[in-house]
Design a protein around this ligand. Structure first.
Ligand SMILES: [Zn+2]
Length: 202
């Protein structure tokens, strides 16, 4: 960090013009502390967020401040920036890399996720019902829910409701809404997918 102390970005200020936090540290000034906590992504309460959103409503960066930002971005030291990004990633999940997010995603998916398929999730999945297979099915179904064609919240449904039968013919891509729907009237949906589903052939 250190960007907020006005030293690393002083290049973007004209001579004799200082940022509001010039010479202040988070130890001596409440506002600096607040800003520092905010940048770290630690203490952003709902209230703070609301205040910020009201404060910033309709405001845009002026042309000159946009220019200042772009100069600052161009002039930043790559080593310092790398460190800044690393710290931010550590402190704030939205800065996680794709790889890390995937890791976290894997931890809560499938049998570890209690909300999966409406609570009937405690039965263990067969060894091959893994991310790779799910991806294959989604690709086959063109990343669309095979009932409503939605592309949101897709999951893989077992057509005969037997989680041990994890082979492509028994799997179909559904959105979460439709997946909940087919958990009722099971007899009907089983028949529906087995007869009408042209898409169930891989
Ligand atoms: Zn759907």
């Amino acid at each position: 960090m250190g960007m907020h102390k006005g030293q690393t970005n002083s290049g973007s200020f004209k001579k004799r013009q200082h940022p509001w936090n010039y010479g202040l540290t988070k130890e001596t000034d409440k506002r600096v502390k607040k800003q520092s906590d905010f940048l770290k992504g630690h203490i952003v309460t709902k209230k703070t967020r609301k205040i910020l959103s009201i404060k910033h409503k309709g405001k845009h960066h002026s042309k000159s401040s946009k220019k200042k930002i772009s100069i600052a971005v161009k002039n930043r030291n790559p080593e310092v920036w790398k460190k800044t990004v690393e710290t931010r990633r550590k402190n704030n999940p939205i800065w996680h890399t794709k790889k890390t997010r995937k890791k976290i995603g894997l931890k809560v998916s499938g049998k570890n996720n209690g909300s999966w398929q409406g609570g009937i999730s405690n039965k263990p999945y067969t060894y091959n019902f893994n991310t790779k297979l799910k991806k294959q099915i989604k690709k086959r179904d063109k990343y669309k829910c095979q009932l409503c064609k939605s592309k949101k919240d897709l999951c893989i449904h077992h057509i005969d409701y037997n989680k041990k039968h994890s082979f492509p013919k028994n799997l179909i891509t559904l959105c979460r809404k439709c997946n909940n729907k087919v958990n009722q009237n099971r007899k009907y949906w089983k028949k529906y997918f087995k007869c009408g589903g042209n898409n169930v052939n891989i």
